[in-house]
Design a binder for this molecule. Structure first.
Ligand code: BG6
Length: 522
């Protein structure tokens, strides 16, 4: 199978899969196998996304789905009814679902992961393919704990499941490793059995329409691209704020923390999309190669450029919420960070000297994913000298969720007053133009089925982004984790981190939301 991949070589060879936005493509007849088929991910994300795609006629008619799970006292009939209930719980009406009971949905019990039981699965797969005349195109979606990825890929390959008369693709959910070494080990284990073209590593942020729109925004609107460099941009901030806590995920989260859970993957991908060069062509290898190049130019982060926090009891939207240590399942002495603020520096011609700040946290005042690009101030502030009031730099806010859109803050003259200025947004909101935006999983599942890897993370990209955090992760035991009250924007040290460069955190809450705005609108 493929040895360590050389994305550059793939790019130069140009053997690209089609780029994104080609969703009109037909999905070929296929079998979709979900390992962990009755778990939360399947229930909440995969079934609803597949259902919507099917309802839109995107999946074709020649398909079947097998849910593989441990319980032996269940069969196909049970699964069909159960799937129906899950879809109803996800908001589908009985009318929308009238054809589901008859759909080609199957359940396959696999109480343990043994070669014999994978042989049984292989037999079942072949029987179903034969019965419905499917050509051997197969997706294996690993909705299982990451600790089982390597073994599962090996068992799938050794039972012959990943080789067929058609294409076979394996989807892996995050987290992909917990540091550089474990990510490398997992990549090698996967690559021992699969070609990179068969591997779909999901970072669901890449499936979000607004994240993809970052590329369109940048590369289809030269008005911005011509300003997109160190000469015109002073700093970039990426905020990935959540008001939710850790819910019932203590078992996973307490061993991960914000850097592993949000920064290494989602925030690093946003940073790559904001900072990357224009790909020569729009296909998977070219886009992934440019992201990789950008990540390679980012300096690894040390403790001096990072602040960690953990939420204490507080109030969010008027409701008292517990502290992290009081959450069920969390070690009462845990020092896991639920907040991180990090300064990144990029050593390339475009970005040298422009700081990129990332902050993310649980139990912040609001759920908001937003990028604030601050442009350089005018060299001479002539209106300020005339007593026009505070004159700020232009800031472009790209809001990825909720209330997706963008706002460019500009100064306008207040009529009737000699040179009083007011800061107003030139803005655009998706909801005005497009209404409902598809869920990320819908996009990613369709891309898996059409073989478009643009929105999936390449092996080298995963390793490069883990490498950025090695210095932080190696010093993990010695780091200072500071408390912040739930419902605030993290520990005070996060303000200091950015204030030492002369900046402050910025965010823009659209009008109408009852949250203190980082930037006043109007
Ligand atoms: C997941 C993290 O990857 O992303 C969660 O594990 C986090 O902790 C979630 O809540 C956020 O995703 P979204 O799409 O709600 O922004």
């Amino acid at each position: 199978m493929t040895s360590p991949h050389d994305l550059a070589a793939e790019t130069i060879a140009g053997a690209g899969s089609p780029g994104m936005f080609q969703h009109g493509q037909n999905v070929e007849p296929h079998l979709f196998v979900i390992l962990g088929g009755t778990g939360d991910l399947s229930r909440k994300k995969l079934f609803p996304a597949l259902r919507r795609l099917a309802a839109e006629g995107r999946l074709g008619n020649d398909r079947a789905l097998i849910a593989v799970a441990r319980e032996c006292d269940r069969g196909d009939e049970w699964f069909r009814e159960w799937a129906l209930e899950q879809l109803k719980a996800a908001g589908f009406s009985s009318d929308d679902l009238s054809d589901v009971p008859a759909a080609r949905l199957f359940y396959h019990a696999m109480p343990e992961s043994t070669p014999e039981l994978y042989e049984d699965l292989a037999k079942r797969v072949k029987e179903i393919e034969k019965e419905y005349n499917l050509p051997g195109n197969r997706v294996f979606y690993l909705a299982i704990p990451p600790s089982s990825f390597a073994e599962t890929v090996e068992l799938l390959a050794e039972s012959g499941l990943t080789e067929s008369g058609g294409w076979t693709r394996v989807v892996l959910e995050k987290p992909f490793g917990r540091d550089l070494v474990s990510a490398q080990t997992l990549n090698r284990a996967v690559q021992a059995h699969l070609d990179e073209k068969q591997v779909y590593r999901i970072d669901h942020y890449l499936g979000k329409e607004t994240v993809q729109n970052l590329l369109v925004f940048r590369f289809s609107n030269p008005v911005f691209e011509s300003l997109w460099n160190r000469d015109r941009i002073e700093s970039v901030q990426i905020t990935v704020a959540e008001s939710i806590g850790i819910g019932s995920r203590a078992g996973y989260y307490d061993k991960s923390g914000a850097v592993r859970d949000m920064v290494q993957n989602h925030a690093a991908q946003l940073l790559a999309l904001i900072g990357m060069e224009v790909p020569g062509e729009f296909h998977a290898e070219a886009v992934r190669y440019e992201k990789l190049k950008l990540l390679t130019a980012v300096r690894p982060v040390f403790d001096d450029d990072a602040v960690f926090g953990q939420y204490a009891r507080g109030v969010i939207e008027g409701e008292p919420v517990p502290g992290y240590l009081e959450e069920p399942g969390v070690d009462p002495e845990s020092t896991t960070e639920t907040f991180a603020a990090i300064k990144f520096s990029i050593d390339n011609w475009r970005w040298q000297g422009v700081p990129f700040y990332v902050r993310t946290g649980k139990r912040l005042p609001v759920g908001l994913t937003q990028i604030a690009v601050t442009f350089r101030a005018p060299p001479v502030r002539i209106f300020q000298a005339m007593g026009a009031g505070q004159v700020d730099s232009n800031v472009l806010y790209l809001t990825l969720q909720p209330d997706e859109g963008f706002a460019l803050m500009i100064d306008v003259k207040v009529p009737g007053h000699p040179f009083r200025l007011r800061r107003l947004p030139l803005d655009f909101y998706y909801r005005h133009a497009f209404g409902v935006i598809p869920d990320a999983y819908q996009t990613l599942l369709l891309d898996t089925l059409t073989g478009d890897q643009t929105l999936f993370v390449h092996a080298e990209e995963v390793e490069t982004s883990w490498a950025l955090f090695e210095p932080l992760l190696l010093m993990e035991d010695q780091r200072q984790v500071q408390l912040y009250r739930a419902g605030t924007w993290g520990p005070a040290a996060a303000e200091t981190l950015i204030a030492r460069d002369g900046f402050q955190w910025r965010h823009l809450i659209p009008p109408g939301q009852d949250i203190e705005a980082g930037e006043a609108v109007g």
